[in-house]
Design a protein around this ligand. Structure first.
Ligand SMILES: [Zn+2]
Length: 86
């Protein structure tokens, strides 16, 4: 009888792929939300993030546009404008 719950547990591992390519994994959705929150706060300085928002992102497997700003770090689409014309 015990093995049923064990099998169920093994399948409940969930993961979430961040916009920056970072993959977050956890045994349950609740912990995954925690990881999403701390990752966004620490690595993306996302102030508005909280458990509620993270949960939405995890369940819908999506992330809000606002924090796609992360690409500013790496590749900039267009170079900085040159010096002002004198
Ligand atoms: Zn990220």
């Amino acid at each position: 009888m015990g093995f049923v719950s064990i099998a169920k547990r093994a399948r409940s591992r969930s993961s979430w792929l961040c916009g920056c390519g970072q993959r977050l994994e956890a045994d349950e959705d609740g912990r995954l939300c925690d990881q999403v929150v701390s990752h966004l706060k620490r690595d993306h300085q996302t102030a508005y993030i909280n458990y509620q928002v993270a949960r939405e992102m995890v369940t819908s497997r999506a992330y809000k546009m606002e924090y796609a700003v992360v690409y500013k770090n790496g590749t900039s689409p267009d170079e900085e404008f040159g010096p002002e014309p004198y």
